[in-house]
Ligand binder design. Structure first.
Ligand SMILES: NC(=O)C1=CN([C@@H]2O[C@H](COP(=O)(O)OP(=O)(O)OC[C@H]3O[C@@H](n4cnc5c(N)ncnc54)[C@H](O)[C@@H]3O)[C@@H](O)[C@H]2O)C=CC1
Ligand SMILES: NCC(=O)COP(=O)(O)O
Length: 334
């Protein structure tokens, strides 16, 4: 790629019956300086544009670089749907199509055909109903890349990483062992440096139990697992706070003390981010060999087909991907 070429960002549309295809059209309508390549069904995008009342120029992707992109134009790597979408009603027969778009995105990033991938939301249950074990993009890309990864959601004001992702609550405690917690903290620490520019990142680690276990009176995971890992890594120079009680970790006085939070499970901290910055929060996967960002929301089946879904989180995800691509290119320049 020459220096004036726009970064080629792969976009996946996610669930065909959700808001993803419409959000891709809205993203393409911006003047963001990226060579967007939508990996999806071409006719799905045409119908999504009609639902949004927008005109879009679709160009079959030939893999070429370009120095400019007109607002409203979008390259397409066509992967056909198995069945036409019915907005609001996911069809499990399209599950293989959705997974094929993710595979192409990961493969294309690995081969250098895309600089990053930005994903729109998919319906996990529809993939499961097709008989395919699947719990999320995060786990799928990790498996495809043979990488240890960490899910992070980030707004301009708050970054939250998760020690566990899509697990039933009853399985969370057993999933947090010393080995996995140390590995997670090392990934978060390294990626806060590499992706966010914190030379000495300060990470607040939440307890698992109410009041971070209240000295062992409300649970033992803090004493048995979390505190020993924090002590070990502090001994190696990491700046780690906690374990903090999750209910008070996000009050203003505490927020001045850290650059990111490590929560023990999905719903322990994501409601904080989603309630204060639903339109500005981006989901990203730390630890992958390529850059992957995503929306913070789901398929919004209640809005699908209306053309009214807010594209802000997808636009924020594309902007973050572009920032990370620029940062990675600076690092590898001689
Ligand atoms: N990255 C991904 O692929 C994600 C996928 N999901 C999937 O989405 C499905 C539905 O999840 P829900 O919990 O219902 O959350 P949701 O985010 O789809 O919807 C929650 C509420 O937020 C609204 N909303 C969501 N996105 C919006 C947007 N762009 N503009 C305006 N309003 C918006 C919806 O209309 C609804 O009222 C789940 O079954 C899950 O599989 C959920 C989160 C992330
Ligand atoms: N709440 C975030 C979420 O469920 C997204 O998961 P993933 O599909 O990005 O792994």
């Amino acid at each position: 790629m020459n220096g004036s070429a726009l970064p080629r960002l792969a976009l996946t549309a996610g669930e065909p019956a959700g808001v993803g295809p419409e959000l891709l059209v809205r993203l393409a309508a911006t003047s963001l300086a990226a060579n967007f390549v939508a990996i999806t069904d071409r006719s799905l995008l045409e119908r999504a544009a009609a639902r949004c009342g927008t005109t879009i120029t679709l160009i079959d992707d030939d893999g070429a670089d370009t120095a400019t992109r007109a607002a409203g134009s979008l390259r397409v790597r066509h992967i056909p749907l198995a069945a036409p979408e019915v907005p609001g009603t996911p069809d499990p027969s399209n599950a293989q199509h959705v997974l094929a778009t993710l595979s192409e995105a990961a493969r294309g990033c690995a081969e250098g055909r895309y600089a990053a991938v930005v994903t729109a939301p998919l319906q996990k249950s529809s993939i499961n109903e097709a008989g395919i074990p699947f719990s999320g993009h995060t786990e799928f890309f990790a498996a495809q890349s043979h990488a240890d990864v960490v899910m992070m959601l980030a707004s301009p004001e708050l970054r939250v990483a998760l020690a566990t992702t899509h697990l039933p609550l009853h399985a969370v405690s057993a999933a947090i062992d010393a080995f996995s917690l140390e590995r997670t903290l090392r990934i978060v620490h390294a990626e806060l440096r590499a992706k966010f520019g914190f030379s000495e990142p300060r990470i607040a680690v939440l307890g698992l139990n109410p009041h971070a276990g209240e000295n062992g009176h409300i649970g033992h995971e803090e004493i048995d697992t979390i505190i020993p890992v924090l002590e070990k890594l502090r001994g190696q120079g990491m700046q780690l706070l906690g374990p903090l009680p999750a209910d008070t970790a996000f009050v203003p006085a505490q927020r001045k003390r850290y650059d990111a939070v490590l929560a023990m499970y999905h719903d322990q901290a994501l409601p904080v981010l989603k309630s204060e910055a639903f339109d500005r929060t981006v989901n990203l996967t730390l630890g992958l060999p390529f850059i992957r960002t995503s929306v913070d929301h789901g398929t919004a089946l209640d809005l699908a087909g209306s053309g009214k879904a807010d594209p802000s989180s997808l636009i924020a995800a594309a902007n973050l991907a572009l920032d990370l691509v620029a940062r990675s290119r600076k690092v590898i320049q001689p």
